[in-house]
Design a protein around this ligand. Structure first.
Ligand SMILES: [Zn+2]
Length: 251
């Protein structure tokens, strides 16, 4: 039987009432460990909603510091936190929001496959809240190596995309992007973005993570979801496994 105490039950009762969750599902959520790579715009919605749902252990990794120009979209932070490490600021915001859960801050950039393999050992799933291809390629390879699933998200302007990768099921990120796009690999390029874009995509990532933890619904595996907020349209593209993929073939 469940070990959810009365205070926790009160906090989560509206989601425990969902047939796909119930108390057993809430226990899975409480026992889950999710790692967010990045503490910026995507993480600002993904982390808040994962914390709200009661994910018991959330890790959040970022080596950047809060800047004023982040605040049009990065609602984990505020003007009083300028120059603070984003991972530390995020931990503070999430702990204030839900004191029942454990938040671990990693004020560090995980950029290599081996660094990511080590940290992934402590988590069930990773959420890609990064802003560059190098990190996504390394995360993809680390997840294939460790068998851990991850949820990709990216935004630009009024647009965004999301996709879920489960090793052994469907394609990987490098089936979608076989090599680094030369002009988009720099995280330093100032790309315009409106806060609602990472807000929505981050929530889609959180929903995918929760579905994976619960074992319910259909994940975005092999399905690239594309969002255009100016048209207010969502479209979906099938992505197939590439037999010659540099990452996931012949593994
Ligand atoms: Zn692949």
């Amino acid at each position: 039987m469940s070990h959810i105490d009365r205070e926790s039950f009160e906090r989560y009762k509206r989601q425990i009432a969902i047939p796909e969750i119930q108390e057993q599902g809430q226990e899975k959520i409480r026992n889950a460990k999710i790692l967010l790579i990045g503490a910026g715009g995507l993480a600002s919605s993904a982390a808040f909603y994962l914390a709200a749902a009661g994910i018991g252990n959330i890790g959040i990794a970022d080596d950047d510091r809060v800047e004023m120009s982040n605040l049009n979209r990065q609602i984990l932070h505020d003007p009083g936190r300028i120059s603070m490490l984003k991972a530390v600021s995020a931990k503070s915001s999430l702990e204030r929001f839900n004191p029942e859960i454990q938040i671990k801050a990693y004020p560090k950039r995980f950029q290599t496959r081996d660094e990511l393999i080590r940290i992934l050992g402590d988590y069930d799933l990773a959420v890609d809240c990064s802003d560059n291809y190098m990190t996504r390629f390394a995360l993809n390879d680390a997840c294939i190596q460790t068998g851990k699933p991850w949820v990709h998200g990216a935004v630009y302007g009024f647009e965004g995309q999301a996709m879920t990768f489960v090793p052994g099921q469907g394609p990987c990120y490098r089936c979608l992007y076989p090599s680094l796009p030369g002009d988009k690999s720099s995280p330093d390029a100032p790309v315009g973005v409106i806060g609602v874009s990472p807000g929505i995509i981050g929530m889609i990532q959180a929903a995918e993570a929760l579905k994976y933890i619960l074992g319910k619904g259909n994940l975005l595996v092999g399905r690239l979801l594309f969002m255009d907020l100016l048209e207010m349209s969502f479209s979906e593209f099938s992505v197939h496994r590439n037999e010659d993929c540099p990452s996931c073939s012949e593994k």
